[in-house]
Design a protein around this ligand. Structure first.
Ligand code: NAD
Length: 500
């Protein structure tokens, strides 16, 4: 099928970027990159191994020890970060077409990614300029001041959903903090990351501060995790991968930030604004093709409105426009990769045995090729069902009724994940009460996921370790050193001063 969707000037080969230069793997190894509409390879990419990671870390380490970036003052760094933000925004159209082509995200949703990525750089530029360092006084005895220093080379490992935006989320605070980086983008979607070198060059970032090594997680990713000269690792991806990384990073006692999987609940009470809840819960799980870590993929609905909610929800889901990612009318595009598609389709088959299928459950008839799934709605999903417990990461949602507030809270918390939660009610007191009873790093009351960049981002339980966002990201990439200054003559026991 000719979809005519291939952007102009696509690279045929994607290389690493080390110390200001595009390079292939030392071994010459490559892997194929597919587009999710045809599932045909459109490019090869250099497959990084430990020797490529060694080169990238050495370049980043030299940029750390020999400067100038780590010692550039905050205002100087902020100026560069602002220019980087502008360079990203100037590429909005190109970025959107590359992201849509490579990930299968609908073009209208890919378009917002450039603005969000640019905003991350501007936000952390402001943060770093406004950052204060503490001083502590012990009157007459000491003044103690805290120096905040970039911690060294940061290793950044990112997933394939909204790849460019999630990369920016780590790159911006790491670079703002003065840390040179080695980025290992996801192997399914390396295309948009190939824009970073020209963006950073345009912003004036010194050579060696940004390095990128592509490749398979178990090879390039694992080598970065195990490298002794990388004291901080920020990882976003699956919970299982996070567990492997924590084990492998232990040998060097690295600082880790882990943003992992989710299976987030939405609790809809009978007194909620039902129209708003429907709009929001449909968007919350079907936007970004359902490949969204904070997707509200379990909707718990008070029994008195359950039937009405289910039928209106299913009707809307059947109307969602599934189509070519580049078509502006498309609401759900193609899932990222055939391997992921198989996994999601496997869950759909499990769901058909475990629950009642209300909508979707199959490939739309008008899309015979590519990784398409009609938005899929299961009702009467029991809490022990796999589709209730496990992250599917596709356009699949589970609806479950509840009778009491206590039962809703139990159901919301009855999974291993704890990334996000959503509560819909017009009873203010109950809204706050239920929000705080949900075991999740982030809860939204009467809204889907809309973020304020200053706020903590991260999960609890199997959804993550540590929080990023706002000053927490700067905390992660810097280390605090305390300098104690004596103001008088400290009392010192005089060891060895006794005369015989
Ligand atoms: P993944 O864990 O398969 O891969 C993520 C990255 O880790 C990739 O770059 C991969 O190459 C690398 N990797 C894989 N094995 C590795 C290893 N042994 N050592 C080092 N690196 C390794 O995840 P994915 O399939 O790309 O992304 C989807 C997952 O990401 C979902 O579970 C989703 O919930 C999660 N996610 C979480 C957040 C969050 O903020 N909590 C945001 C987006 C996505």
């Amino acid at each position: 099928m000719d979809n005519g969707h291939r952007p102009a000037d696509l690279p045929e080969h994607i290389r690493h970027y080390i110390d200001g230069e595009w390079v292939d793997s030392v071994s010459g190894r490559t892997f194929d990159v597919l587009d999710p509409v045809s599932n045909k390879p459109y490019a090869t990419a250099a497959a990084g191994q430990s020797e490529d990671i060694d080169r990238a870390v050495a370049a980043a380490r030299a940029a750390f020890t020999d400067g100038p970036w780590p010692t550039t003052n905050a205002r100087g760094r902020a100026k560069v970060l602002y220019k980087i933000g502008d360079a990203i925004e100037a590429r909005e159209d190109r970025l959107a077409e590359l992201e849509t082509f490579d990930t299968g995200l609908p073009i209208t949703q890919a378009r917002g990614q450039a603005r969000r990525a640019a905003e991350n750089f501007r936000f952390f530029a402001d943060q770093i300029v406004a950052l204060h360092e503490d001083a502590y006084r012990v009157p007459g005895a000491q003044v103690n001041y805290v120096v905040r220093k970039p911690v060294g080379v940061a290793g950044l490992i990112t997933p394939w959903n909204t790849p460019f935006m999630l990369e920016s989320w780590k790159l911006a605070p790491a670079i703002a903090s003065g840390c040179p980086v080695v980025l290992k983008p996801a192997e399914f979607t390396p295309l948009s990351a190939s824009l970073w070198p020209e963006i950073f060059a345009e912003g004036g970032l010194p050579r060696g501060v940004f390095n990128m090594v592509g490749g398979i997680g178990e090879e390039a990713g694992a080598a970065l995790v195990e490298h002794p000269d990388v004291p901080r690792l920020s990882f976003t991806g699956e919970t299982l991968t996070g567990q492997v990384i924590m084990r492998n990073a232990a040998a060097h006692l690295k600082g880790l930030s882990m943003e992992l999987g989710g299976k987030s609940p939405v609790v809809v009470f009978a007194d909620a604004d039902l129209d708003a809840a429907l709009d929001s819960t449909l968007f919350g799980v079907f936007s970004l093709n359902g490949e969204r870590c904070t997707a509200g993929s379990r909707i718990l609905v008070e029994r008195s409105i359950y039937q009405e909610f289910c039928s209106r929800y299913a009707e809307r889901a059947r109307n969602v426009v599934v189509g070519l990612p580049r078509d502006p009318a498309t609401e759900v595009g193609a899932l990222v990769h055939p391997e992921h598609y198989e996994r999601v389709m496997g869950y759909v088959e499990v769901g058909k045995k475990e629950a009642t299928l209300l909508a979707g459950g199959e490939r739309p008839a008008h899309l015979p090729e590519g990784n398409y799934l009609a938005p899929t709605v299961f009702a009467d999903v029991k809490p022990d069902a796999r589709i209730f417990q496990e992250e599917i990461f596709g356009p699949v949602v589970a609806l479950t009724p509840f009778d009491t507030e206590a039962e809703a809270i139990t159901l919301a918390n009855d999974v291993k994940y704890g990334l996000a939660g959503y509560v819909w009610t017009n009873d203010l007191t109950r809204g706050h009460r239920v929000a705080s009873a949900i075991d999740a790093g982030m809860v939204w009351l009467n809204s889907h996921n809309i973020r304020d960049l200053r706020t903590p981002f991260g999960g609890v339980k199997s959804s993550g370790v540590g929080h990023e966002g706002g000053h927490r990201s700067i905390d992660f990439y810097t280390t605090e050193q305390i300098v104690h200054v004596s103001l008088g003559t400290p009392h010192t026991p005089r060891f060895g001063a006794r005369t015989a």
